[in-house]
Design a protein around this ligand. Structure first.
Ligand code: HEM
Length: 300
């Protein structure tokens, strides 16, 4: 194997281990925050009090934010690595589905965390999410009430999902995929040192009060592409059908996998189908990356 190949292999084996270190720190700092966080009443004021009045509250918030982002980004890169190397060919369908589903849940945890800040951006993101769910024909109203309800309890369901259901579900789903739950001490040490330095030295973004009037409100970074699509397409299409189709195509890859074009007609069709779908997904990912960058620079 070439030197570049060896380096790439090393990086791919480091990513999940560092990701696990970030998850451990994220869960630990989340447990500290949950003692002070109140999902009812004036949530924005409560979060500001955690930042300014609770001893080291600012530190735990920033540590939680940094470790949560790092964990999800590393899980995304790890899945991308599997996808680009076409490792779904060696996975059982069930295993691949669990991995993709867990990654989607990681993004949902980040999203609910963003809502929990209780500031203008969090509230706005929660409302867009509610509108997307309500746009589902016939059952939208009932489905949205399973995740978020308007009024005084607006933050309560996202809180339950974020702090309890989703982390437990993610850990449960990835349990068989993880070979070693406690990453080698070196990774834990590097992850902890890096994230502590980040929490101490990097200033957090300013939380915008819910009553402030601002020209433009942005959702979390991974949602910016959807936010842009929502400007041009109907809610159901931009918020559910397009992302759903993308995830659906990703899921069926192991079903149509082939190692080489076989002589028979069906084998050739499967080979072309798998490769066609693979590259279509690569193009869709690049396009989404472009939409995200565009929205980050010029606004959604
Ligand atoms: C996979 C696991 C988790 C991820 C990726 C994650 C990520 C996040 C993110 C990105 C935020 C927004 C922080 C900000 O913008 O300031 C947040 C907020 C929050 N998280 Fe988590 N979290 C996770 C698990 C947990 C757990 C297990 C708990 C509690 C037991 C928790 C409690 C909280 C609380 C109370 C907030 C709101 C306070 C704040 O905004 O600082 N999180 N989380």
């Amino acid at each position: 194997m070439s030197d570049t190949g060896k380096i790439i292999n090393k990086i791919s084996s480091y990513m999940p281990r560092l990701g696990l270190s970030a998850l451990i720190l994220c869960l630990a700092s989340g447990i500290v925050l949950v003692f002070y966080y109140r999902p009812m009443g004036n949530v924005f004021q409560n979060v500001e009090e955690i930042t300014t009045l609770v001893p080291y509250g600012w530190f735990f918030r920033q540590l939680h934010y940094g470790s949560g982002q790092l964990f999800t980004i590393l899980m995304l890169l790890h899945t991308l690595d599997h996808f680009l190397r076409k490792r779904y060919r060696i996975y059982l369908f069930k295993e691949w589905v669990l991995l993709i589903f867990s990654l989607c849940l990681c993004f949902f945890v980040l999203f609910t965390g963003f809502v929990l800040k209780g500031d203008k951006e969090g509230f706005f993101a929660g409302q867009i999410f509610m509108n997307i769910l309500e746009a589902i024909p016939f059952i939208g109203g009932s489905v949205s009430k399973l995740f978020i309800v308007p009024g005084d309890s607006f933050f309560f369901l996202p809180y339950l999902y974020h702090c309890f259901f989703l982390p437990i579900l993610i850990i449960y789903l990835i349990r068989d995929h993880i070979r070693e739950w406690f990453p080698n001490q070196r990774f834990l040490l590097i992850g902890t040192a890096g994230l502590f330095l980040y929490a101490i030295f990097v200033r957090p973004a300013i939380d915008i009060p819910p009553e402030a009037s601002v020209a433009m409100i942005q959702g979390p970074w991974f949602f910016l592409g959807v936010q842009t699509l929502l400007k041009f397409l109907p809610v159901l299409l931009a918020g559910l059908i397009i992302p759903g189709l993308f995830v659906g195509c990703l899921l069926i890859l192991p079903v149509i996998k082939t190692d080489s074009p076989t002589r028979d007609h069906r084998g050739r069709i499967a080979y072309v189908g798998e490769n066609g779908l693979h590259y279509l997904l690569v193009v869709a990912l690049c396009f989404y990356g472009f939409l995200t960058l565009r929205a980050a620079i010029w606004g959604p």
